[in-house]
Design a protein around this ligand. Structure first.
Ligand SMILES: [Zn+2]
Length: 295
């Protein structure tokens, strides 16, 4: 009896200690997915993921890049989606896709880069149309993607082509996709060139800082994924039901680049929220402890 009590106390203490540890260290140290039913847990930027699967390093129409990072794991629905999208890429004239970071083997916050990509439903896709799909492991560490946005952030570069537009349109038209993040200049260009009669998908293309050499694709919570937190506001709310080619988009190439002088009294800065890199296990949904410790 005493032994059991000591054991239980030990477990509780161990869990208590784990709760205070940095989540990105613990999740970053995992080298295999949990053998659990696939389940995104929490939100894209605060969560973890059970039962992820690895995107094979190479396929007929894709290659996973930067393998040393060990971030080519995703929810089975996302992995299937990416493989299908790489086939769709051949229809716009590409050989396939170079796929960047997805998630760590059990998701969770990362020690470097991304705030999101935590629940196995986000993936970065290179803007570089693959010149070939037999890159060596070493080449995949060293080659770089190409910028499709100018250094001054105001326009697209010559690297942007109609095939990029067609690929993004194909991705955004899929019902499983929640949103796709691109540089504002990319969205501005797409607003100009999208056909008038076919713009509903544009709502899902969202401007964001950075993202000049890749686009970031995000799937909705899969059906029945009860621990997955749907993102709010939705893209429909953000664009008031329109295509998002509005003043909130032009803001990125006006006030964002040249902030107007503040008028009136300076307001007190809001208290800074924790960044995902500062999350402890206690900051994540409770189920992430099971995901971390599962076999
Ligand atoms: Zn990303």
């Amino acid at each position: 009896m005493i032994r059991i009590l000591t054991l239980l106390l030990g477990l509780t203490l161990a869990q208590g200690a784990q709760a205070q540890q940095l989540a990105n260290r613990l999740f970053g140290a995992q080298d295999a997915p949990s053998r659990q039913q696939p389940m995104p847990v929490g939100s894209y930027a605060r969560g973890c993921a059970a039962g992820l699967v690895q995107l094979p390093e190479s396929g007929p129409t894709w290659q996973a890049m930067r393998l040393s990072r060990d971030r080519n794991y995703g929810h089975p629905e996302l992995i299937g989606f990416l493989q299908a999208l790489s086939v769709a890429a051949t229809q716009v004239g590409w050989k396939g896709l170079y796929i960047g970071d997805i998630s760590q083997p059990r998701g969770g916050p990362m020690t470097s880069g991304h705030a999101s990509h935590q629940i196995g439903l986000d993936a970065d896709i290179w803007m570089l149309p693959p010149p070939r799909l037999n890159l060596t492991v070493r080449e995949r560490e060293t080659i770089s993607s190409i910028p499709v946005r100018s250094a001054d952030q105001r326009s697209v570069t010559r690297n942007w082509t109609p095939s990029h537009h067609a690929l993004l349109r194909a991705a955004a038209s899929d019902d499983r996709v929640d949103r796709i993040f691109v540089a504002a200049a990319v969205k501005i260009e797409m607003c100009k060139t999208a056909r008038r009669s076919d713009r509903a998908w544009l709502q899902k293309i969202r401007p964001v800082a950075g993202h000049d050499t890749h686009f970031h694709l995000r799937l909705k919570c899969p059906r029945g994924a009860r621990l997955c937190q749907t993102q709010t506001p939705s893209v429909a709310e953000l664009s008031k039901g329109g295509d998002g080619c509005d003043e909130t988009l032009t803001w990125w190439v006006t006030d964002y680049l040249n902030p107007p002088k503040p008028s009136g009294k300076p307001s007190k800065p809001a208290p800074r929220a924790k960044t995902p890199r500062e999350f402890t296990m206690a900051d994540l949904p409770a189920q992430c402890v099971d995901v971390l410790n599962a076999r």
